[in-house]
Write a protein that binds this ligand. Structure first.
Ligand code: NAP
Length: 250
């Protein structure tokens, strides 16, 4: 098991990719802190699945786009023990034509997708460095860092910027033994993109651009994240990996 004895905090882990990552990490031996906006039936289901694997689990609700919530989430996570791995997964996507985009819509998407990753990474690194612990951070970006889809002039920059965030943080904390990498998922079967999966017009057009000819599954992002979080990736930092079934490369 790649992550035996580790504690991982996954943001936005109540469903979708975050849930997939949390479950793969638990299979690989990690105890899990599940963060999401609400602590509800969804988060309890994820927690139950992880407990059934024999791992410890803690649900900590909080809006990671807000500084006070970020600090509280990291403080509460300590109940499980010191956090070794942070997965910055929480994100939102809205679709708005460029000429209609408002300041509020720009800020909402940028705050959840980008500012939250910076704030959580900072909260994680400060604690780890103070306590003399090494660690790993996985930032979740998007295929849209490299592909243009209509109505995403706010979403796409928030995701491309995560590459620069990843590189820059990795350069500042590498000496302390903290590795920082980014995964750009392609089309992954989650509630966020259910409308694409259920559209008989749009789905075939998107799938035709993917070398493997199908959407990915949340646990396939989890497997890549588990590798990057593990000692198997001990000399990898500052990188961005497309886990997209061969979309960006086609
Ligand atoms: P999802 O199904 O919408 O799940 C996202 C989870 O994050 C939800 O449980 C959501 O809670 C939670 N969340 C949203 N804002 C939050 C906040 N401020 N603080 C804490 N939790 C928050 O999305 P997903 O498809 O799994 O996407 C996960 C990540 O992958 C996102 O960063 C997304 O941009 C990225 N991504 C997804 C795809 C894809 O094809 N699915 C592709 C590329 C990148 P609520 O449900 O309560 O809002």
């Amino acid at each position: 098991m790649k992550l035996q004895g580790k504690i991982a905090l996954v943001t936005g882990a109540g469903q979708g990719i975050g849930r997939g990552i949390a479950e793969v990490f638990a299979q690989e031996g990690a105890d899990i802190v599940i963060n999401d906006l609400c602590a509800d039936e969804r988060t309890e289901q994820v927690a139950e699945t992880i407990r059934a694997m024999g791992r410890r689990v803690l649900v900590v609700k909080g809006d990671v786009s807000k500084r006070a919530d970020v600090e509280r989430v990291f403080d509460e996570a300590q109940k499980l023990g010191p956090v070794d791995i942070l997965v910055n997964n929480a994100g939102i996507e809205t679709i708005v034509p460029f000429l209609e985009l408002t300041d509020q819509q720009w800020e909402d998407v940028t705050n959840v997708n980008l500012k939250s990753e910076w704030m959580c990474a900072q909260a994680f690194c400060k604690r780890a460095i103070q306590e003399g612990r090494k660690g790993a951070i996985i930032n979740i970006g998007s295929i849209q860092a490299a592909r243009v889809l209509p109505g995403r002039t706010h979403y796409a920059p928030s995701k491309l910027a995560i590459e620069a965030l990843t590189r820059n943080i990795s350069a500042e904390v590498g000496q302390q033994g903290i590795r920082v990498n980014c995964i750009h998922p392609g089309l992954i079967d989650t509630p966020m993109i259910r409308w694409v999966l259920e559209s008989p017009d749009i789905l075939p057009q998107v799938v035709a651009q993917i070398s493997l000819g199908r959407p990915g599954l949340p646990h396939e992002i989890g497997q890549a994240a588990a590798f990057l979080a593990s000692e198997e990736a001990s000399y990898i930092t500052g990188q961005s990996l497309y886990v997209d079934g061969g979309w960006v490369g086609k």
